[in-house]
Ligand binder design. Structure first.
Ligand SMILES: [Fe+2]
Length: 372
C-alpha cells in the first residue's frame, strides 16, 4: 500500500518537491485495494503560509483534474494540516477546487444555518442525537454529488463523522443478504416524509414545515388550495415526488426511488438511499409502529418497498450492523476538511459532549448516476 501511495504522490502531485503529499489515515480501510479515506497533507517539513497559499496549490492540481480522479478512486479525501480556521478560510479553500455548480437544496428536513455563500452548518439538532449512515439526500431524486465537511471546533468527546464506502457495502450485502438486494432492485423503495404545516405548533420543535421547505412560489394572500397546488408542482417537477395532504394540515411527501444506482464512468453498482438513516432514527424514537409518532413528537414514516409492502425489520437491523462493521470513524482534528463523493460514500454522525462546529458545503458532481 505504501508503495502505491508513493507512486501516486509522484505522478499526481508532480514532483518530489510537490507542496502536498498523501498520508495513511490511522485505521483507514482498504476498499478494492484503495485507501479509504485517502489522507493529504502539506509535505513533511513544509507548511503553507496562509490559506491563500494553500488554495493556490490546490487550484493548480484541481485544474489538472487530480482531485476528480482521486475522488473516483478513493471516495473520500481527508485534508489535514492546512491553515484553515473558520468559514471564510473554508470558502477560499473550497473555491480553489473550481467545482462548477453549487448544489441547490430542495426540501430541507434538517436544521441548517447558512454561514457564507457556499457554507452551512452541518446540522443543528441536539448533540445527543445519533445519525445513521445515509447518502446526503439519498431519500430524494435531487441530491448533491460532492460534499465538503470542515471541522471548525472539535468537541471534548465524540462528534465524529463516521464514513463507509458503499462499494464495500454493496459487496457485503451481496454476500450476506442477496435476497434483500434482489427485492430492493426489483421493487425499488418508497420513502415517506412528514412535513407539518407552519401553523402547527409542533413545527417549531420539529424544525421545518412544508411552506418553508417547498413553498418557493407561494405569495402572500394565496389561498390554502393555491399554496398546496404550488407545493405539489414543486414536488412533481423538482423531485418527482407526490403529495398526500393529511387531516391535520400536514404533508406526506412520497418519493418512489431506486435503492441502487450505477456510476456511469466506472460501471460500479452502489446502494444509494437513506434506508439505514430512516430506520435507525425511527427505532431510536420508538416510532416503528403506526402512527409512527416518536418520543420527540415528530412523525417518522417508514420507507417501504416500491409496491408499498413493508421491508422486514430483520433486514434493516442487519443493514445497520454491517454498516457499523465497515464504517470508518473520522477522528476529527481542528481544521480538517473531508472531501466526499456522495455517490460512493455514506456518512453518519456520532453524539458528542461539549462544543462542536462542523460546516458543510454541497456541490453537484461531474459523475453521473443511473437507476439500477
Ligand atoms: Fe447528512
Amino acid at each position: 500500500m505504501t508503495e502505491t501511495i508513493t507512486l501516486n504522490t509522484q505522478t499526481l502531485f508532480g514532483a518530489e518537491d510537490a507542496a502536498i503529499e498523501t498520508f495513511e489515515v490511522p485505521v483507514s480501510r482498504s476498499v478494492h485495494g484503495k485507501s479509504f479515506p485517502l489522507g493529504i497533507k502539506p509535505r513533511d517539513g513544509t507548511a503553507f503560509a496562509n490559506v491563500d497559499d494553500a488554495a493556490g496549490h490546490i487550484a493548480k492540481l484541481a485544474e489538472e483534474g487530480v482531485f476528480n480522479s482521486l475522488l473516483t478512486n478513493h471516495g473520500a479525501i481527508l485534508f489535514r494540516g492546512f491553515p484553515l480556521k473558520d468559514a471564510a478560510d473554508l470558502t477560499k479553500f473550497i473555491k480553489a477546487f473550481k467545482l462548477p455548480h453549487p448544489h441547490e437544496e430542495v426540501g430541507l428536513s434538517g436544521k441548517r444555518r447558512t454561514v457564507g455563500d457556499i457554507v452551512k452548518t452541518a446540522n443543528e439538532e441536539p448533540p445527543h442525537i445519533k445519525f445513521y449512515y445515509h447518502n446526503e439526500y439519498g431519500r430524494s431524486a435531487h441530491f448533491p454529488g460532492i460534499l465538503f465537511f470542515f471541522s471548525e471546533v472539535v468537541p471534548e468527546q465524540g462528534g465524529q463523522t463516521p464514513l463507509l464506502s458503499t462499494i464495500e457495502l454493496y459487496d457485503k450485502l451481496q454476500d450476506e443478504l442477496p435476497e434483500f438486494v434482489k427485492a430492493l432492485i426489483a421493487k425499488g423503495i418508497t420513502g415517506r416524509q412528514y412535513y407539518p404545516a407552519k401553523e402547527d405548533p409542533d413545527s417549531v420543535k420539529i424544525g421545518w414545515n412544508w411552506q418553508d421547505s417547498f413553498g418557493f412560489d407561494i405569495k402572500e394572500g394565496d389561498s390554502l388550495d393555491t399554496q398546496r397546488r404550488k407545493v405539489e408542482n414543486v414536488l412533481e417537477t423538482r423531485l418527482q415526488a407526490k403529495a398526500e395532504w393529511q387531516p391535520n394540515g400536514a404533508l406526506h411527501v412520497l418519493q418512489h426511488l431506486p435503492a441502487f444506482r450505477r456510476i456511469v464512468s466506472t460501471g460500479q453498482i452502489v446502494p444509494f438511499n437513506g434506508l439505514g438513516g430512516v430506520y435507525g432514527r425511527q427505532r431510536d424514537r420508538e416510532a416503528l409502529l403506526p402512527p409512527y409518532k416518536g418520543v420527540d413528537d415528530n412523525y417518522h414514516l417508514p420507507t417501504t418497498y416500491g409496491d408499498g409492502s413493508e421491508i422486514p425489520h430483520e433486514y434493516l437491523e442487519r443493514l445497520l450492523e454491517i454498516s457499523d462493521q465497515i464504517g470508518f470513524l473520522v477522528p476529527w482534528k481542528e481544521g480538517d476538511v473531508a472531501l466526499i463523493d456522495n455517490y460512493t460514500v455514506q456518512h453518519a454522525r456520532s453524539p458528542w459532549v461539549g462544543e462542536r462546529s462542523l460546516l458543510v458545503s454541497l456541490w453537484d458532481s461531474h459523475e453521473k448516476l443511473l437507476p439500477v
